[in-house]
Every structure is written in C-alpha cells, then in structure tokens.
Design a protein around this ligand. Structure first.
Ligand SMILES: Cc1ncc(COP(=O)(O)O)c(C=O)c1O
Length: 385
C-alpha cells in the first residue's frame, strides 16, 4: 500500500503513542482533583500547554485552549468570537474556500442574524488582502481566512491580512489545521487573534485539537459544565490526547525545514511526471505558494471517484475534492471557487505526501495515475466514438 492521503489524516508517531500510553495507564487521574495522582495529571497537562504555546510562538501557555477536534476549534472561533462581540457589530468576513467547519459555522451565524461576506479567490485559490480590507464595514467584527487549503494546498496571505487590519478592532482568526507542523506557524508573527489546529494532521491522535486565543480576547464558550480550560471549554480534559498533541507538535517542529524540503522535492517529482506524461492534466492551487506535501490535479475526461477506485486497486490511497451526493457528482466548493470548467473539476485528484513516502513510491504512484487516467479515458464514451 502507498499512502498518499496525509491531508486526510496521518499515522500516530511511535514516540507519540509512547507518551500517550503512560497517560492511559499511569497518569490517569482527573486533573481537577487535589490528590497527588491528580496533581501529576495536572502537571502533564500544564507541560503540554506550555510546549504547544512555545511551538506556536504564543506569549503565554494560557492562550492555548484544548478542544476535541480542529472542527471544534474552528466552531469555537467563529461562533464564540462573533457572539461575544455582538454588541460591536454583526458582520463577519471569510472566504469561499474555507473548510466546512468554518463555512457551516458561518451559516449558523447567518441564521442568528449575522451578515457574512464570503470572498472569492483567484484561479490559484488565493484571496487578495486588499479585497479583505475593502470588504470591511462599520459593523465588521471578525475575519477568518485559512492558512493553507486542505484540497489544493494553497497558502493564504494571513500575515498581510492581519497586518492590514491591525488597530482596526477587527479580530482575525486563521484555520491552520493543514499548516501546523508542516510550515512555520508563529502566532505573533502572523498577528492573529485566534488560530485552530488539529493533532491528527501532524502524526498526533485523532479527536484532539487546540485553539490559540490571544490573551484578553473575549470568547463565548460553546460547551458548558465544570469550567475546565478557563471556563472556555468544559469537560474533563483528554490528558492522553493532549499530551499526544503536544509531543506530536514537538516532533513536527524538530527538523521541519529539512522534511519540508524533501517533501517539496518528492511532490515536484510527482507533479512533473504526471503533467509530463498526461495531456489534459492541470495542477490545481498555487504553483509555489502551497503546502510542501500537497499535489492536486484535475484531469480532462477522467472522473475523480472512478480514478480513486482504480488507484485503490493498485494499492494507492488518494482522495478527491468531489463530494458525492445521490450519485450526482458535485465538484467541491473549492474547485468551483477556482472557476474551473465543470467538466475538468469532475476529474479531481489529491495526493498528499508524508514523511514515510519514498522516491520509489512516488514513481510508482505517478505511473499508476498515468495508467488509471489512460484507462478511464479509453472507456469514456467520447474516447470510444
Ligand atoms: C482545513 C481544515 N480545517 C478543519 C479540519 C477539521 O479538523 P478535525 O478533523 O480535527 O475536525 C480539517 C480536517 O480535514 C481541515 O483540513
């Protein structure tokens, strides 16, 4: 099997499993209690918070709020920030290519009476910082723009957007779920007020994420109860998950640049071979300003879901940007936003590389894609006629 679906999720690193195992079997007390084992659990939690804060460039560990997923961190940011600042305004700006964790949270805000501007992107999937500035209105309270797109890997000019909005009183959130652990992410340098991340995207466990929330920024909680996480996210802390997240982030940050360089080389080799050997194939997303491990394509006359099945038969795990509903294949909102012709957008493929992939695997995968697309085209009615 050749796993090329790292943007969907990653294997948990052995060092992370090891750190987590100790929490399951030894440091298992409830950190809210006062006995010694509880204090030990509290210390493990504090160490994890400190480590995550350090690796994100946060000023204080208290700026990290642990959540049960990247989705929850995104929901907290959108709903929690907008609701907490309702008295200042009712307008939120985002983009058309955000993850559904952002877009659907914005839909919910709209049902509550907020006004949402969903900005378009260019053909590479980049939002223009000037367009964000121009979309401001007197009632704008929040801007949310993702750092890296999950389907096409395009990086967004979040630092420029935050810098342009500095001093305006408008809060800036970024969904950095695909970016953290893969490219440098420093909250102070980015100048954001809130940032979401998710452990399973960088070899940590599933079901645990975090929201960076700048000290002093008000947020209305979504989950109520025992007042954990400074009252922002109640519920007994997932100590093994949180310790795993912190360890995974430490490992991801160590030697990140060398790993990214290697991934870029492998990605470019894959892209070069596929585009070189197939006509009617296009890279989607920005050619340079993209995640190191993301290669995403559209193919003429080769439907994405069929391509995935063909590749799966050859032992290659990939994914597509299309969401299938009632047997009608709708291109994803991201591919639609790029303005691709529908016929092309139906043939999408995402190959996302990870640290364990080898050059041999990349060559095999490229060969398999070329053959699978060729086979689908030979079966297509147009090709037969
Ligand atoms: C950009 C982005 N945001 C949010 C999420 C949601 O994260 P989680 O799977 O932890 O809920 C994902 C996951 O695919 C993502 O890619």
């Amino acid at each position: 099997m050749i796993y090329l679906d790292h943007a969907a999720t990653t294997a948990v690193a052995p060092e992370v499993v090891e750190a987590m195992l100790a929490c399951f079997t030894q440091v298992y007390a409830n950190p809210s209690n006062v006995h010694r084992p509880a204090l030990e659990a509290r210390r493990a939690l504090d160490r994890a918070r400190q480590s995550v804060a350090g690796n994100l460039g946060a000023r204080q560990p208290g700026e990290i709020v642990f959540t049960a997923s990247g989705t929850e961190a995104d929901n907290m940011a959108i709903l929690g920030l907008a609701r907490a600042h309702r008295e200042r305004g009712d307008h939120v700006i985002t983009t058309r290519i955000e993850h559904h964790a952002i877009l659907h949270a914005c839909d919910e805000l709209q049902r509550e009476g907020f006004r949402i501007t969903r900005l378009p992107v260019d053909e590479w999937g980049r939002v223009d910082p000037q367009a964000v500035v121009e979309a401001r209105e007197p009632g704008t309270i929040l801007v949310s723009v993702m750092l890296a797109n999950n389907e096409i890997g395009t990086l967004q000019p979040v630092e420029e957007i935050a810098s342009a909005l500095k001093g305006s009183g408008i809060l800036v959130h970024t969904d950095a779920v695909q970016a953290v652990g893969h490219i440098p992410v420093d909250v102070e340098q980015l100048g954001v007020d809130a940032l979401s991340l998710s452990a399973h995207k960088f070899h940590g466990p599933k079901g645990v994420g975090a929201l960076y929330l700048r000290s002093g920024v008000r947020l209305q909680p979504l989950v109520f109860g025992g007042g954990q996480e400074r009252g922002l996210r109640s519920g007994t802390e997932n100590v093994p998950g949180i310790v795993g997240l912190a360890r995974a982030l430490e490992l991801a940050c160590q030697g990140r640049e060398e790993r990214a360089e290697r991934l870029r080389e492998l990605r470019d080799r894959l892209v070069g071979r596929i585009l070189g050997e197939l006509s009617g194939a296009r890279l989607t997303g920005h050619p340079e300003l993209r995640l190191p491990g993301t290669a995403s394509f559209v193919f003429q006359d080769a439907e994405g879901e069929s391509l995935l099945l063909q590749l799966d038969r050859k032992g290659i795990c990939a994914s597509t940007g299309s969401a299938c509903s009632n047997a009608t294949l709708e291109p994803s909102h991201v591919l639609k936003a790029l303005g691709l012709p529908l016929q092309l957008a139906h043939g999408s493929l995402r190959l996302t590389l990870g640290r364990e992939n080898t050059p041999e695997e990349i060559d095999q995968a490229a060969q398999a894609v070329v053959e699978a697309v060729g086979r689908l085209r030979s079966l297509a009615p147009r090709a037969r006629s």
